[in-house]
Ligand binder design. Structure first.
Ligand SMILES: C[S@@+](CC[C@H](N)C(=O)[O-])C[C@H]1O[C@@H](n2cnc3c(N)ncnc32)[C@H](O)[C@@H]1O
Ligand code: SF4
Ligand code: SF4
Length: 339
């Protein structure tokens, strides 16, 4: 099987089918989200799993796993591993084998991890197969520990082991990033975190806003601390520029005005989205959703062949409506993706 050829042909066909606005596709996803397990080794203070519990603590079922290997990997270019459930991928018993399969199929992995369980024997494979490793965190030292309930020093020691391996194996293309969820207390550490990241060899910081998923944290969210947020976003921009460091910040907050009120006009998102033509998201129970943002389950991989789900009525309907008459989820979505 010439995987390179299959992938190239799939990509070309996929672009053609998008341009032709096809509802039933012969091409398959070029990118997919996947969860190998629902279990986690932490219970962080901000995690919605505190409120809702975990959907499962299961390891992915063998039937689902094999279908992903057979029906998705030869065609896809990228796998976004973890981050769409309340599980931790590095504790899955399938992690080593899955990375090996990705390697065989030339699939690059973008991993989201809490960086707590990093076994020695997985590190060479991780730095070889991943093009991005994102370490979730919420600040440094005591700020980190009060959310993660895990020792900052141990976390950083694991991060440094991966940084060393990246250097040792000459994986220059691998991007190591902190995924920093900011709130009104830890945001003050942002300039210091940029300096620290640069110093230890982290390549980028992705700053995300803490959501008030846990009710008692609602007033810690930056939505209620807008001037403080804007002040530190500016400081972070300056520091990143000074150190030539890559950072992605959320947009600045509006702080309101006392000018005469204008007539309210709802903002309509007109940016097209092509995710329903080239992505799927699969969880450890086999549930398939169209992307990381859409909550509608379009099928289950344990019960149906992948191709039937991919071209199911629900999927076809999404392709028909996403750019013309979007459902509520797509209408308000900020993740609209072009190609
Ligand atoms: C649910 S976790 C799953 C992956 C893995 N266990 C981890 O922590 O990286 C996925 C991402 O959601 C983030 N997250 C969890 N609760 C959040 C909240 N209330 N606000 C913003 N991000 C949150 C985590 O920090 C993490 O980056
Ligand atoms: S490590 Fe991730 S999934 Fe686990 S509790 Fe923390 S945020 Fe939630
Ligand atoms: S608009 Fe958003 S929710 Fe809808 S398919 Fe695109 S990325 Fe997914």
């Amino acid at each position: 099987m010439d995987i390179d050829k299959i992938k190239k042909e799939n990509k070309e066909l996929n672009i053609k089918e998008i341009k032709e606005n096809r509802l039933i596709l012969k091409s398959r996803p070029t990118k997919f989200w996947f969860n190998l397990t629902g279990a986690c080794n932490l219970q962080c203070a901000h995690c919605l799993s505190n409120v809702t519990g975990r959907k499962s603590t299961n390891e992915v079922d063998q039937i689902i796993y094999e279908k992903v290997i057979k029906d998705l990997l030869p065609y896809a270019e990228n796998c976004l591993l973890g981050g769409t459930n309340y599980g931790e991928m590095l504790i899955s018993k399938n992690i080593s084998n899955f990375l090996e399969e990705c390697k065989k199929n030339f699939v690059k992995v973008n991993l989201t991890t809490n960086g707590v369980t990093v076994k020695d024997d997985i590190i060479p494979k991780l730095v070889e197969v991943c093009n991005v490793i994102g370490f979730s965190m919420e600040g440094m030292e005591e700020e980190y520990e009060k959310i993660r309930h895990y020792k900052w020093e141990n976390f950083i020691s694991n991060v440094k082991r991966i940084i060393s391996a990246k250097e040792k194996y000459g994986q220059k293309e691998l991007r190591l990033e902190f995924r920093f969820a900011v709130h009104c207390e830890n945001i003050k550490q942002l300039p210091k975190l940029i300096e620290f990241s640069k110093e230890i060899g982290i390549n980028r910081i992705q700053v995300m806003l803490l959501r008030g998923d846990v009710k008692s944290q609602k007033f810690k969210t930056l939505y209620y601390h807008r001037s403080l947020a804007n002040e530190y976003f500016e400081k972070a921009e300056e520091k990143a520029k000074e150190l030539n460091f890559d950072i992605s910040l959320p947009g600045k907050f509006s702080t309101g005005t006392f000018e005469k009120a204008k007539k309210y006009k709802p903002e309509i998102n007109t940016k097209p989205c092509y995710n329903p033509w080239n992505t799927v998201s699969i969880d450890e129970l086999g549930n398939v959703t169209p992307c990381c943002a859409h909550y509608e389950i379009v099928g289950n991989l344990k019960e149906q062949p992948f191709y039937d789900i991919w071209n199911s009525e629900l999927f076809q309907n999404l392709r028909k409506t996403v750019n013309t008459d979007p459902d509520e989820c797509c209408f308000y979505c900020k993740n609209r993706i072009l190609f």
